[in-house]
Every structure is written in structure tokens, then in C-alpha cells.
Design a protein around this ligand. Structure first.
Ligand SMILES: [Zn+2]
Length: 345
């Protein structure tokens, strides 16, 4: 079968990408204890340190991370036995995507005022810790997905982070780290498809993998939304403001099946951002809760039915009403639970 990534590829892997690949081969197995988890239900990856303190008036809804899990437990969508706890992402692991300089500065708080403004976060030890656990969570979800077929985290999707700087509330690119790690830690190089349905373009991820034929980046986003300057994904679908459920769903349905058929990934990473929702403060699209549910169900089912493992992260979502937002983010876990049951996983 033709590899479509090759059709889009702009030449051989860059030297930087090659060096990063070399560095990865020395990484140890991230989670040796995977096989011992007791529950056979949908794996949900969560860590209590996904959250950190921010000023009360800060625009980023940090409180959503613990609330997503609380809401899933409260509504009996999942039980505590289904929760998998990730390790913190080591500097070694992060260096498969991020530069040594950036990691040194980020971890040790040597980030200028200007850089902090670009990320949207004041630097703190807490924010470093939360981003590292979040990245560890996405890597664990990817590993568990390979073993069980499907897994979801309760955070992740920080797709605006570049190798040497953070941007737009994203400090470490968890999707890129997970994709690189999964690609390079196998006897045959795994192919990873990143399906990014957050309303904003996954610019950092697109940039990181632009010369990498084994990772395909697919982004559906609102063209007029952040980032102003877009990067080139392997497939970008830019949609107009105000798009509603029906047209949005047909856009996703028109592309995902042929992408799976032609690229033949060994793993899919899914950014299920809820910021295309009509109530989202930063979104500009008009999807409903039902539309998001249908979208997640379609993506998860289409991938699972082809026998391809898929790991989902929650992506962006912005509202001052943390409970409504957490409920909205839990849509992907609810859809995954339905797929898990229907497909007899
Ligand atoms: Zn977003």
C-alpha cells in the first residue's frame, strides 16, 4: 500500500530529527509494570499533580483537570480501579523533542518575562511539575493503548509547544513526546497518526514532525483562530467560523477513513479538544455537546474497528464555569466507554 506520508514528505529526515532519534534509543522502557494492572475496563490515566496553583483570576481553567476525573467517578462512568497513574516525564524522555537549553531553562525557572507572556503562564515549580506529569500521562496512555487497544488521559494535548519554546498555554508538547517515544521504542519503527481536532491548529506538533515520514499530523481547526501564523501539518483542514455539528462531522468523516487506509498507522494519538463547542470562550465554532460526542464516537470507533490502538487526550477547552467544562471534557471518556463495551474490549 502506498504510504501517503511519503507523498506529502518534503525530503529526507533532517539531521536534528536523526539526532533526536539516536538519543531516544537509550531510553529505558517507561512503564515496566503495565501488565500488572488489575482492571480489564477502559484505562483512564490520571495524576493528582496534573494541576497546580494559578492566580484566581487567571484565564486558564486549571481546576478542570481533577474535576474531569471527579465527574467520571461521580457519574459512575468509571471506577477508581480503572485509573492508571503515570510517572513524571524525565528530562531524558522530554529531550526526544525539546532542546537541552529549553529544558534546562524551563525546569530551573530561567524563563524571561517575554517568554512567560508568550506561554500565558507565570513560571513556577508547580507548573513545571504539572506539565511533566501531563506528558508522562500521555506517554502512559499511548503505551497502555498498544496493550489494550484504547486508553484516555484526563489531561494532555499541549500542541502549541515547539522544541525550544512554549506558546499558547503549552509548555511541553506531550503529543510529540509520546509519538516520538512510541515511534522509536520498537524493533520496527512504529507509524503514528496524530488526529488533532482541537479548534486551534496543532502548530508545534506539525513543525516537529514536518520531516518525519513515520508520523502523520492531521489537524482540523478554525482558520481564523490562534495561532495566527500556521505551520504545515501533513493534512490541514481549515474551517470557517460558526461551523455547526453536521458540517463539522462530515468534514472529519470525509478524511479519517482514507487516512487510516493509506497511512496504516500502528498507533493513533487523538487530541479531543472541546474548544469547538459553541459556549467555548476561545473557540469560534458552534458544536454542541451531542456533536462532540458524535465526533469522539466516530473517531474512536473508526480507529478501533480497524484494529489500530488509540490513545486520547482532552486538549483545549475554555470556560469560567469549571464544572460545565469538566463535564464537556468527560465526553471523550464517555464515548470511549461506549466503544469499549460495543467492541467487546
Ligand atoms: Zn485549543
Amino acid at each position: 500500500m502506498t504510504c501517503i506520508k511519503r507523498l506529502f514528505s518534503k525530503g529526507p529526515r533532517s539531521k536534528v530529527a536523526w539526532l533526536i532519534g539516536e538519543a531516544l534509543t537509550s531510553c529505558r522502557c517507561f512503564h515496566a509494570e503495565l501488565v500488572r494492572h488489575e482492571s480489564s475496563a477502559l484505562p483512564v490515566v490520571h495524576h493528582s499533580k496534573y494541576v497546580c496553583d494559578l492566580a484566581p483570576n487567571h484565564r486558564f481553567p486549571m481546576g478542570k483537570f481533577p474535576r474531569v476525573l471527579q465527574c467520571l467517578l461521580r457519574d459512575q462512568v468509571i471506577t477508581e480501579k480503572q485509573v492508571w497513574v503515570p510517572e513524571i516525564a524525565s528530562k531524558d524522555l522530554l529531550s526526544c523533542v525539546h532542546t537541552e537549553d529549553y529544558l534546562d531553562n524551563f525546569i530551573n525557572g530561567k524563563i524571561s518575562e517575554q517568554e512567560q507572556r508568550r506561554t500565558g503562564f507565570p513560571w513556577s515549580e508547580g507548573i513545571v511539575r504539572r506539565c511533566r506529569y501531563e506528558t508522562g500521562g500521555t506517554v502512559l496512555a499511548a503505551e497502555v493503548a498498544l496493550q489494550r487497544g484504547l486508553a484516555c488521559s484526563t489531561a494532555g494535548g499541549t500542541h502549541h509547544a515547539f522544541p525550544s519554546y512554549g506558546s499558547g498555554f503549552c509548555l511541553l508538547n506531550d503529543l510529540a513526546v509520546a509519538a516520538k517515544y512510541m515511534m522509536d521504542n520498537s524493533p520496527t519503527k512504529r507509524k503514528v497518526l496524530i488526529v488533532d481536532l482541537d479548534v486551534h491548529q496543532g502548530d508545534g506538533t506539525a513543525f516537529i514532525f514536518k520531516e518525519e515520514p513515520s508520523v502523520f499530523t492531521f489537524s482540523v481547526h478554525c482558520g481564523k483562530n490562534f495561532p495566527l501564523r500556521k505551520q504545515q501539518s501533513d493534512l490541514d483542514i481549515s474551517v470557517e467560523d460558526g461551523l455547526e455539528d453536521k458540517d463539522y462531522l462530515s468534514t472529519v468523516e470525509a478524511h479519517l477513513p482514507w487516512l487510516l487506509e493509506t497511512f496504516c498507522p500502528d498507533l493513533v494519538l487523538y487530541d479531543a479538544g472541546v474548544d469547538p463547542h459553541w459556549e467555548d470562550e476561545l473557540g469560534r465554532l458552534r458544536l454542541t455537546d451531542q456533536g462532540l460526542y458524535q465526533r469522539d464516537l466516530f473517531v474512536l470507533k473508526t480507529v478501533v474497528k480497524r484494529g489500530v490502538p488509540i490513545a486520547a487526550v482532552i486538549g483545549g477547552g475554555y470556560s469560567r464555569d469549571i464544572d460545565r467544562l469538566a463535564l464537556r471534557h468527560s465526553i471523550v471518556h464517555r464515548a470511549a466507554t461506549q466503544v469499549w463495551r460495543e467492541c467487546g474490549m
